[in-house]
Write a protein that binds this ligand. Structure first.
Ligand code: ATP
Ligand code: MG
Length: 345
């Protein structure tokens, strides 16, 4: 875990991105009014149920959204520049070089027709003008650094000749090839068995220390958040409903949704600590209820919650929650129906 530095590397301000159907009849506000900051070398975990907008947020930061999506408002400051002001050509130089992303599906980022060496070396050729030969040599070193055995042989092979875990690590090698300042990893371990998963997480932690990169970690696994992350953002229906230091949120969650998520896991260090189901369904983003989107499932909701969407309330300087019932002091709010965490940590 990196030391806290509050100087921002990435600062998202009131960022919104929507999917719009062809006729414009259906608008899905998958990312809505997201404000967050990440310092150099820090690790941010993003959690939330399926469909809450985590991948869309990552693709927004990369400016790699599918054609149906639009960034409708906000700013994305990265190393002092607003990424939304950049042309597509300028963004191509940011992607892969200064910000890299490991996609949710590793096969989607590997081309079956090109050798591993070709693909791992590509960012170096594109962004740093390396020759094919130099990039190939560097690809072997990168494969070694992500602990692929016999990299000299593997470098000439093709994606289908690799195991799932090896493909994940190869995608990781592509991600770090140009030593980006920020690496976004979208569910990088879901397809891996537990041992390989633990190895891969250790590897990412080592690479982070070695290269000093900031990491955004999208996951369903709170055990991973506890192990890897300094900061946590909890997404619900396209919004960040709570964010702050992991230790603060785990010890005093302020949003009933976060409390429900945390209440449902037995031990933070447990790899089985995945988000379990919370009663009720996540809302249809194209027809959200008025007021707080979580209100229909919230055991603590009051009349105001169903009428008015809550703003981000500061619990303290770096911990916020979008909840009318959140209290702006460091005391844990009273237990209000959501099952409290039982392990007392
Ligand atoms: P998961 O945990 O399942 O990966 P997620 O939090 O990453 O979920 P997103 O993939 O960001 O969720 O999806 C957020 C919302 O945007 C969902 O309601 C989804 O249906 C919608 N969405 C995603 N991609 C598209 C698309 N190409 N066109 C229209 N809607 C989309
Ligand atoms: Mg996703």
């Amino acid at each position: 875990m990196a030391a806290m530095s509050r100087e921002s590397l990435l600062s998202l301000e009131h960022l919104s991105a929507h999917y719009v159907s062809q006729q414009g009849a259906r608008v899905v506000p998958a990312v809505e009014d997201v404000t967050l900051r990440l310092g150099a070398g820090e690790t941010l975990g993003i959690v939330g149920e399926s469909g809450s907008g985590k991948s869309t947020l990552a693709l927004t930061i990369m400016r790699q959204l599918p054609p149906a999506a639009r960034i409708v408002s906000g700013r994305m400051m990265f190393e002092g520049e607003n990424l939304l002001d950049k042309t597509d050509a300028e963004m191509r130089h940011v992607r892969g070089k200064r910000i890299a992303m490991i996609l949710q599906d590793p096969m989607a980022s590997l081309n079956p027709l090109f050798s591993i060496g070709n693909q791992v070396g590509e960012p170096l050729r594109v962004h740093e003008g390396a020759s094919f030969k130099l990039a190939w040599k560097r690809a072997i070193e990168l494969l070694k650094s992500v602990r692929i055995a016999s990299p000299e042989t593997r470098v000439s092979q093709f994606p289908h000749e690799m195991s799932g875990g090896m493909r994940q690590r190869i995608v990781g090698a592509i991600g770090i090839s140009c030593e980006p300042r920020l690496l976004i990893a979208d569910e990088p371990t879901t397809s891996l068995d537990l041992t390989i998963q633990a190895q891969y997480l250790n590897l990412l932690g080592d690479l982070q220390r070695q290269y000093g990169l900031a990491l955004i970690f999208i996951t369903h696994n709170l055990g991973i958040v506890a192990k890897m992350c300094d900061l946590l953002a909890v997404m619900y229906a396209g919004r960040i409903v709570e964010q702050g230091p992991v230790s603060r949120i785990f010890s005093a969650p302020a949003h009933p949704y976060t409390r429900a998520l945390l209440g449902s896991i037995p031990r933070m260090t447990d790899n089985r600590g995945r988000l379990t189901a919370i009663e009720g369904q996540p809302p249809d983003l194209s027809s959200l209820p008025p007021g707080c989107a979580f209100a229909p499932r919230c055991p603590a909701a009051i009349a105001r919650c169903r009428r008015e969407a809550p703003p981000e309330i500061a619990i303290d300087s770096d911990h916020t929650a979008r909840c009318w019932l959140a209290e702006s002091d460091s005391e844990a709010p009273p237990a209000i129906g959501a099952r409290a965490r039982s392990d007392g940590t």
